[in-house]
Design a protein around this ligand. Structure first.
Ligand code: FES
Length: 98
């Protein structure tokens, strides 16, 4: 069973997904979909309320940026990477694999 449908996801508008006790930020970039831990590695902000530009997501609280593909912290004040999750896209079905 899928978690989301691709046509509900818009580039630049990440969504929050609760699955298996985790809170995940799911972001579409073109035809690709990425999933990272929703809580910023700097503090308690929800990244699904942040902005996506290219493959980067920016935390709305203090402006740290992360690479959606790898979870890597790209700018301060975050220094720790985010956990990433594999995403399967099958037609219109999007499944985060946890
Ligand atoms: S909580 Fe995200 S940058 Fe501070």
């Amino acid at each position: 069973m899928s978690d989301l449908s691709l046509d509900q996801l818009e580039t630049g508008k990440p969504v929050k997904l609760e699955k298996n006790g985790k809170t995940i930020c799911v972001a579409r970039v073109g035809d690709e979909v990425f999933a990272v831990n929703d809580t910023c590695s700097h503090s308690e902000a929800s990244l699904s309320e942040g902005d996506v530009t290219d493959f980067k997501i920016e935390c709305w609280l203090h402006g740290a940026e992360f690479d959606l593909r790898t979870g890597q912290a790209l700018s301060l004040p975050a220094t720790q990477s985010l956990e990433t999750y594999a995403v399967k896209v099958d037609g219109n079905s999007v499944t985060v694999e946890i």
